[in-house]
Design a protein around this ligand. Structure first.
Ligand SMILES: Cc1cc2nc3c(=O)[nH]c(=O)nc-3n(C[C@H](O)[C@H](O)[C@H](O)COP(=O)(O)O)c2cc1C
Length: 172
């Protein structure tokens, strides 16, 4: 598949079958994230792969809304940024998340990015702190996002080339 076709095919998939993701597929997705560029090559991103259903259930409630699919996915990758290692943890981890999304799509794996930092749970508690406690990681780790992964149980339309609104491109 050409890269632009993978990009068009990428849609947020929030419903998954009960089938498992082959280990080698998950491995390729993680390597795509690990090979993503980071500012000054500092590599501040850590990748927590969660398959335990109880932990996935807890993560699905770490923020008020928009994380429910985590309770039904096969695996989730929590991407943490070491804020003591790099002040560009948001950018570095976001690129890693994006690369993993595209690797997943290329291999037919449904996925959805779950926003965590800047969000809170149903009781107004910081979602990032919830995730840090669920994973037992120290404060210096910022939670850039979580990628849910599973075999798609929904198949939305591909993005079209026409959706790429060229009016947002400004050439000077
Ligand atoms: C930074 C970021 C955060 C997102 N957070 C969530 C989220 O918390 N929950 C969710 O269901 N979708 C989330 N999404 C998915 C977007 O809602 C989705 O990408 C957008 O609506 C476009 O749809 P598409 O991905 O199918 O093209 C997020 C996407 C991005 C890029």
């Amino acid at each position: 598949m050409e890269l632009i076709d993978t990009i068009r095919k990428r849609r947020s998939i929030r419903r998954y079958t009960d089938d498992t993701i082959p280990e080698e597929t998950l491995d390729r997705i993680l390597r795509a994230g690990l090979l993503a560029p980071t500012s000054r090559g500092l590599k501040p991103c850590e990748f927590y792969v969660v398959k335990d259903k109880n932990v996935l259930e807890k993560l699905s409630r770490a923020k008020k809304a928009g994380a429910g699919m985590l309770s039904g996915c096969h695996a989730a990758v929590v991407v943490l940024g070491d804020s003591e290692k790099a002040d560009t943890w948001v950018e570095d981890c976001s690129i890693a998340l994006s690369f993993m999304m595209l690797s997943a799509v290329e291999q037919g794996i449904g996925n959805c990015w779950v926003q965590i930092h800047l969000r809170s749970d149903a009781n107004g508690r910081d979602a990032e702190q919830n995730v840090r406690e669920i994973l037992s990681v120290p404060q210096k780790y910022r939670v850039a996002g979580i990628l849910s992964l599973g075999i798609p149980a929904e198949h939305p339309e591909l993005h079209t080339m026409e959706e790429a609104d060229l009016r947002r491109v400004h050439t000077i």
